[in-house]
Design a protein around this ligand. Structure first.
Ligand code: ZN
Length: 318
């Protein structure tokens, strides 16, 4: 029956600020905070959020399965919801909540999207920072430079963040992230402007450089601003580079009810269903604030395949 799963690493770059909220909870001066890793405190996009948007956009691309797009709850009359059929690419790949034969976990699984490279303003222009922990996401082992220096490709002027001046050292023993990232599609202007700092300093600087925006709640019925409805929210800034993994499971190892999965033939077929969502991530975004010019995420690798459909242009409505 062959292998049981295959891992597809994916990198993406924020085209807009990205806000994936915790669903409430004030953090300091921010009304709507974003999700953070509980250990490192570095913001991330939970795999469950990725799974939800991938499902919605994959269903949008397939067109034939509108009821299979969402959470699968039938309406009050018991109609709609996930079809749960073995020949439905959405229900077999993303799972379903109900059917005569019970639920199904889905053939694709999604890791959290974690920050690989994060942009900061310096006196010499933007620099993308990373850390040993972040580089471990791409399998690279790079030593800690300590909390009072950064590593760069060449010795040079200290890195001046305005409020913090960090001496620059050269990477030890050729551990340069630039070469470790050679198989990752990252724009050359980012690749050439990397700096690596300790995990502790990385978390601190990322958290100090998040976008904090103020917005106003609009009453959907009157179109007017609601009184006292000014709120602040934080977001990962534009040009943050994120990394996540899609795991495709072997359909031959699963049954839907008593039937074999017929919607996809193999693990590549599972990933093909997932991958059609990528152009939509760039047009329609993630995090539910697309109408505020937020959340668009450009997939950098793997490179989009030419047979993918063209995603629709974003519209003004929600
Ligand atoms: Zn379905």
């Amino acid at each position: 029956m062959g292998e049981s799963f295959k891992t597809h690493p994916i990198t993406g770059m924020a085209v807009d600020p990205i806000h994936v909220g915790t669903g409430g909870g004030r953090l300091g001066r921010v009304d709507q905070s974003i999700v953070r890793d509980p250990v490192t405190r570095v913001p991330k996009i939970p795999g469950s959020s990725l799974a939800g948007v991938y499902r919605a956009y994959a269903a949008m691309a397939q067109k034939k399965y509108p009821g299979c797009a969402g959470q699968g709850q039938p309406d009050k009359k018991g109609k709609g919801g996930h079809c749960g059929k073995p020949d439905c690419p959405i229900c077999t790949v993303f799972g379903f909540a109900r059917s005569p034969g019970g639920g199904f976990a889905g053939l694709a699984a999604f890791s959290d999207a974690q920050v690989l490279l994060f942009p900061v303003a310096t006196r010499e222009g933007p620099v993308w920072i990373t850390s040993p922990g972040a580089m471990r996401l791409v399998g690279a082992e790079i030593s800690e430079p300590g909390d009072k220096a950064v590593y760069r490709s060449a010795d040079g002027q200290p890195l001046n963040l305005g409020w913090l001046l960090l001496p620059v050292k050269k990477y030890p023993n050729g551990q340069d992230p630039q070469s470790e990232l050679k198989d990752v599609e990252i724009p050359p202007y980012i690749r050439q402007r990397l700096a690596l700092m300790s995990d502790k300093l990385f978390s601190h600087i990322v958290n100090s450089n998040l976008e904090v925006r103020t917005s106003v709640s609009i009453n959907p019925e009157t179109g007017a601003a609601e009184e006292g409805a000014l709120f602040t929210y934080e977001a990962l800034p534009r040009s943050t580079v994120l990394l996540w993994e899609v795991i495709s499971k072997n359909p031959a190892h699963f049954k839907v009810g008593d039937a074999a999965v017929s919607a996809v033939n193999d693990m590549n077929g599972v990933f093909e269903v997932v991958e059609v969502a990528h152009p939509y991530l760039e047009c329609l975004g993630i995090g539910g604030m697309g109408t505020r010019g937020m959340g668009r995420l450009r997939v950098l690798s793997p490179k989009a395949t030419p047979q993918q459909p063209t995603a629709p242009k974003p519209t003004g409505g929600a």
